[in-house]
Design a protein around this ligand. Structure first.
Ligand SMILES: Cc1ncc(C[n+]2csc(CCOP(=O)(O)OP(=O)(O)O)c2C)c(N)n1
Length: 1207
């Protein structure tokens, strides 16, 4: 104790004593604070930290109360102070300023303090000469305060959580004589034993509620209560929460005496539920002793715990509960939480063949959707257990996404109607990274589910590995601390404690809409599964387990002892449930057929009923719609908002405006047309992924940022039409796995939404491989559950190195389940739709904005839902050839599975020597090279836009159209990657169809490689040159000369206009593809505009200069001659000779009257109320209007290099 501290203490003593006499608590705190501030100004702040806790006030208040009862009970100095300042009846009076002034620091006071200094401390500093009893009292009080705080913060470390008694081997005897397993850290806090008298009374500080209405407790009682609350069967971990309000809330819930007491009836109900939980496992064990079911024995209280959460939540107004869980106890959850008929569950054990198609899944992965009356709350509740793969914890983000989508559909913007519950295993909770990644979504505005209740069935072992070897954290739940979630550890053998935790957890989620964790610490009575021998690896643990009575027995004995139930009542409960199971067993034997579809977790009522699934609705829209969307998308926010835009955005919007005037669209405009037109039709569009708002390649700019005001943004696509559906675009957390899982889950909830996840680069999607493999690729086959989720995976070889080049197309194609050796029935009138319906996903590599538009719209126009994996471009985002005229978006247009050669080669197929099939961006390289090599008439280029399902009909047509041509497949990727391994056998199958066919398709691309791309620019270019040479041969001397002259001309031109970056001579006609290849100015003037027309206008050529087209003629009879082909307007139908219905249009073949015909009104209503609009301003919605502008100018290049990601 130094002088400063002593001075401060005396001041505090005086002032606070005064305050107690004459002010309320708040003034008192203020006064204490002011006093301390004054002290710190004097230089004693560092030594006074402990005073800032406010304990002085309660201490002095305690002394005062003591003094009031007996003035001799306190030190005489206090007696003097209190006697001199006693203000009769003044407790409720406001603090008197005069008193304060009177006791402000005065020279007299300082003198007085000095006079008290006498002895010296060890350090040589003068020591205070206050009466020892004073200091003892103060110290005691501090110790009480510290003990309370220690219990609150670290009591859980000493809690009796483990039914096996493995955790926390050190023991100590509690004040009430009971044996506690205490951790050393807590024991250290027990320097409280410096107290001689356990019966000494203490005033409780305001930082605890253990006293309830009592303000004074004996030391023994304080320690006893703290021990019971914090070191009993519940370990409350909550002091890590950063919010004071939440911490206090939890403290109050657990500390207030009697606050969590249970009535007799409640205890009886717990016993009943526990009887069901244990009874179900016992029954299965009896009937199917060696069948895998991943029993819950040892953690049986999990069922009553979940049920309690359900009861509480439904009482609080929750209407839909979504559960994500792994294998352990899953059947029990289905039976006792969802109330799936037990006979249905048992029928899964009978080895019946399912009647519907698909692969099905093991019984402990199946999903369930039940609507039931929750008798406890007397409310209907919908309970869904989402089907999940074996991959532990990966269902978490899927579940969250589905919950979020349900909230959106219900217009539940606070999570009051929908509750997600995730049940974890202890080993997987701490081990799987997706847990952490998913938790990080919990508070993001566009991903939050307003709190998830996590329940860990912690059996203290993961398969054969115990926690000492499976995690470094103390608790398996430590990961939850990243989101400041409270964690309630609870002993599984104390069902009442579990129920109390469930109650608090449900209330917490309801109050704060934040995540909360219940860690039920139990054990695993049997092996990992029922056929497993646990003694191999956990001999000591299992020796203990064998000696343990089941929880049900323990609890029944307790309640019988308490007189809550009688022995016969308990026996009655058991036999009643046994009978239920036996009856269900008998019933299940009557079940002769099963269907996978009976286990669907996400039914879409009303979507399939009465619908012709094979009808492909038209995807084109009117020019008016395009103009409306285009005009708003290219306009800045309305001027009245004074929205300060970035200079570059002005420029980009200007370019967009120009395109709208020119009736041509680049990639971003094409995408906006797709989104905008769907929004108009009431389809909610959600785009999510890393940096998607602007777009990794800075091409999208859907969210504009005010340049001088924070959080002021503008999203034009949310202001298109007054009654449009909401558009949600959100930059995601930097996780592929959780975010893709989330979006997949979102897409499962409703068919009336277009849900898109975009990978930053396609390369990174493999960190979400588990979601791709186990949900997206196989979800429908396993669980009869559809999803129309779209993956946009930027992919193309642009010299950007091994991890910025490939979305691993080959993997998606390899996982496609269309048979490479079976030529489908292409004459089937529904061939196109049927092919789509029967495949597990669609894989595309679009080369035009129009096809992107149709492809995206087709996702919601199909009579079913199918995931779409699209390999998006990078340099094509701004490639001047990769543009589409408005007519390619119109009602007469449609999705093109292949884009045939519409140039000179396509018009004179008999002259064609080489027919090159390709896909994606390479097409534009081939166009340029074909031009440079002057082979425009002899080489035909056909783009395969839809790789899977393979467009056999259209490919066959092309093969037949060029009977003499050598067949080539060209790809940028290495031979063991890209589309080659997928297309090769399918080409063979198509060729074998024709008996007279002797040709086969040869490969032209990069050689096989372990790495997807080189990081060396020179090597990249050399590889390019090699495969180009293998397709077109060497440039002839004439070619070279011509190109040299061309380069020269360009250089001269560049000199005269040096500012034009895009026309740099360095990017000559023979320059390598990739970054420098985006200007599009390398196309030879010899190339006729017509053959690139479908992709957009030629660079710098005003559209007006393009040859005018005759009206489209659909006449299959003339197709082969090529004479009547209209390369601009003809959809692929015109070349579909083999199939009478090989169009991707509707089956009747007629062009749709309007895209609005299929408007889905059902999707509209709920979405209106959802708060997914991240907008700060309202703009006046526009109506479709016919633009009068006829100015046709070619668009200019943007300033960005599309292949450079913006960090
Ligand atoms: C991602 C993943 N890795 C490995 C496995 C194999 N596996 C199945 S259960 C299990 C142990 C899980 O332990 P825990 O999470 O504690 O749950 P418990 O089975 O003990 O209930 C393991 C490793 C798996 N299913 N998923």
């Amino acid at each position: 104790m130094n002088q400063c501290r002593l001075r401060a203490l005396v001041r505090i003593r005086r002032n606070l004593a005064l305050a107690i006499l004459g002010t309320n608590q708040r003034t008192l705190d203020r006064l204490a604070l002011r006093t301390l501030q004054t002290s710190s100004q004097l230089g004693g702040a560092h030594d006074l930290d402990s005073f800032a806790s406010g304990c002085n006030a309660t201490y002095i208040e305690g002394l005062y109360n003591k003094w009031k009862l007996n003035p001799k009970s306190v030190d005489e100095s206090w007696d003097e102070l209190f006697s001199n300042n006693e203000i009769p009846g003044s407790k409720s009076q406001p603090f008197l300023a005069s008193h304060f002034r009177k006791y402000r620091r005065t020279p007299v006071e300082r003198t007085a303090v000095k006079a008290r200094l006498g002895e010296r401390t060890v350090s040589g500093a003068p020591a205070p000469s206050a009466p020892p009893s004073d200091w003892k009292n103060i110290d005691d009080h501090h110790v009480i305060q510290a003990i309370i705080r220690a219990y609150q913060t670290r009591g859980h470390l000493a809690a009796d959580l483990d039914p096996l008694g493995i955790i926390g081997q050190e023991t100590h005897v509690s004040v009430d004589g009971t044996q506690r397993y205490a951790a050393r850290e807590v024991l250290r806090q027990h320097y409280s034993y410096i107290f001689g008298d356990l019966n000494a009374m203490f005033k409780l500080p305001s930082s605890t509620k253990i006293g309830g209405d009592e303000q004074f407790l004996t030391l023994k009682e304080i320690l006893d209560r703290l021990d019971r609350i914090y070191c009993g069967h519940i370990g409350v971990e909550y002091m890590q929460i950063t919010s004071f309000r939440k911490t206090n809330w939890i403290r109050d819930r657990f500390e207030k005496p009697g606050g969590l007491d249970l009535t007799k009836d409640e205890k009886k109900l717990i016993l009943e539920r526990l009887t069901r939980s244990t009874g179900f496992e016992n029954f299965l064990a009896k009937k199917f002793s060696s069948e895998k079911r991943f029993g819950l024995e040892g953690c049986d209280t999990m069922i009553p715990t979940i049920k309690e959460v359900v009861d509480q939540a439904t009482n609080q107004g929750v209407e839909s509960i979504l559960i994500g869980m792994a294998h352990r106890g899953r059947l029990n959850v289905l039976a006792n939480i969802c109330r799936k008929p037990i006979s249905d569950i048992l029928s899964q054990f009978h080895g019946l063949m399912a009647q519907d198609s698909g692969s099905g899944d093991v019984k402990y992965h199946l999903g369930v959707f039940q609507e039931r009356l929750n008798r406890h709350s007397n409310r209907m509740v919908r309970i869904t257990v989402v089907a999940n793969p074996s991959h532990l914890e990966h269902v978490n983000p899927v579940l969250l996404g589905k919950a979020r989508a349900e909230m959106f559909q219900r217009g539940d913007s606070t999570g009051s109607k929908v509750l997600p519950i995730i049940i974890h295993g202890d080993a997987s909770f701490s081990g799987q990274g997706v847990v952490y990644e998913s938790m990080h979504l919990s508070d993001l505005p566009n991903y939050t589910t307003f709190g998830t209740i996590h329940i860990v069935s912690n059996n203290q072992v993961g398969f054969t590995t115990d926690p000492r070897f499976s995690r470094s954290s103390r608790y398996c739940t430590d990961v939850a601390k990243v989101v400041s979630a409270p964690i309630f550890h609870v002993n599984a053998d104390d069902p009442e404690a579990c129920i109390k935790c469930a109650r608090v957890a449900a209330d917490y989620r309801n109050t704060f809409k934040k995540d909360v964790v219940i860690d039920i610490v139990g054990y695993r009575r049997n092996g990992h599964n029922e056929a497993d021998e646990p003694m191999f690896t956990q001999p000591l643990m299992y020796q203990r387990i064998r000696k343990l009575k089941p929880c049900l027995q323990l609890y029944a004995e307790k309640l019988i002892k308490e007189g809550v139930v009688t022995d016969s009542e308990f026996k009655g409960m058991i036999s009643k449930y046994e009978k239920i199971c036996e009856d269900a067993w008998a019933e299940s034997k009557e079940i002769k057929t099963i269907k996978y579809s009976s286990w669907i977790d996400s039914p879409w009522p009303g979507f399939f009923e009465g619908r012709d699934r094979l009808e492909l609705c038209p995807t084109g829209v009117s020019t008016d719609t395009l103009k409306t969307i285009g005009n708003i998308f290219s306009s800045p926010p309305p001027p009245e908002h004074n929205f300060e835009m970035h200079k570059g955005i002005h420029r980009i919007l200007g370019l967009r405006k120009q395109m709208v005037q020119d009736k041509v669209a680049d990639w971003s405009l094409g995408e906006a047309f797709a989104f905008g037109s769907l929004l108009k039709e009431g389809i909610h569009v959600r785009l999510s992924g890393q940096d998607v708002e602007r777009g990794t390649f800075s091409h999208r700019h859907h969210v504009l940022h005010h340049q001088s005001a924070d959080k002021v943004v503008y999203n034009a696509l949310n202001h298109l039409y007054p009654d449009q559906a909401p558009y949600s675009v959100s930059n995601s957390s930097l996780s592929e796995c959780a975010v893709l899982g989330f979006e997949h889950g979102y897409s499962m909830a409703s068919p009336h939404a277009l849900v898109i996840w975009e990978s930053q680069f396609g390369d990174f999607c493999n960190t979400a491989q588990c979601i791709i493999d186990t949900f997206i690729a196989s979800g429908e086959t396993k669980w009869v559950r559809q999803s129309g989720v779209v993956l946009l995976l930027p992919h193309s070889m642009e010299g950007m190195g091994p991890e910025h080049s490939s979305g691993r197309m080959e993997r998606f194609l390899q996982m496609s389940d269309d048979d490479p050796d079976v030529y489908p029935d292409t004459c089937d009138a529904d061939f196109v739709a049927r092919q789509l319906m029967n495949v597990n996903w669609i894989v595309t590599n679009f080369s035009t904005p129009a096809n992107l538009f149709h492809g995206l719209r087709r996702q919601v126009k199909m009579g079913f839902r199918k995931p779409l994996i699209n390999f998006s471009p990078k340099s094509l985002l701004r490639h001047p050839l990769a543009r589409s005229p408005f007519k390619d978006f119109n009602e007469c247009s449609c999705f093109q599975r292949i884009i045939p050669d519409n140039g000179p080669a396509g018009k004179q197929p008999e002259c064609v020597k080489k027919l090159v099939f390709c896909s994606g961006k390479i097409y534009y390289d081939l166009v340029k090279e074909r031009d440079d090599h002057e082979q425009v008439e002899t080489v035909a280029l056909v783009r395969v836009e839809q790789l899977c399902p393979f467009p056999y009909d259209l490919i066959t047509t092309q093969l037949e159209l060029y009977p003499k041509a050598e067949l080539l497949w060209a790809q940028e990727e290495h031979k063991n990657m890209g589309g080659w391994f997928y297309v090769q056998p399918r080409f063979d199958t198509a060729l074998l169809k024709n008996e007279n066919e002797t040709r086969c398709v040869s490969y032209h691309g990069r050689p096989p490689s372990a790495s997807p791309a080189t990081g060396n620019k020179v090597q990249h270019y050399n590889e390019y040159k090699a495969y180009i040479k293998s397709i077109f041969g060497e440039l002839t001397p004439e070619n070279k000369k011509r190109l040299e002259e061309k380069v020269k001309k360009q250089q001269e031109k560049a000199k005269s206009a040096p500012s034009s970056k895009a026309s740099s001579p360095a990017k000559s006609a023979s320059s390598p593809p990739g970054k420098g290849d985006t200007s599009g100015k390398k196309r030879s003037s010899s190339a006729p505009a017509a053959y690139i027309a479908p992709t957009g206008p030629a660079p710098r050529k005003p559209l007006i200069s393009m040859p005018s087209r005759p009206p489209r003629v659909v006449d299959s009879g003339k197709k082969r001659s090529g004479s009547s082909r209209d390369p601009d307007t003809a959809p692929e139908t015109t070349s579909a000779v083999r199939s009478p219905s090989s169009s991707d249009r509707n089956r009747s073949g007629s062009a749709p009257a309007s895209g609005q015909a299929s408007r889905t009104l059902a999707a509209r209503s709920p979405s209106k109320t959802a708060s997914s609009k991240p907008l700060f301003m309202k703009r006046k919605p526009a109506q479709d209007s016919d633009s009068k502008s006829k100015t046709l100018k070619s668009p200019k290049e943007t300033e960005y290099d599309p292949t450079t990601p913006y960090p």
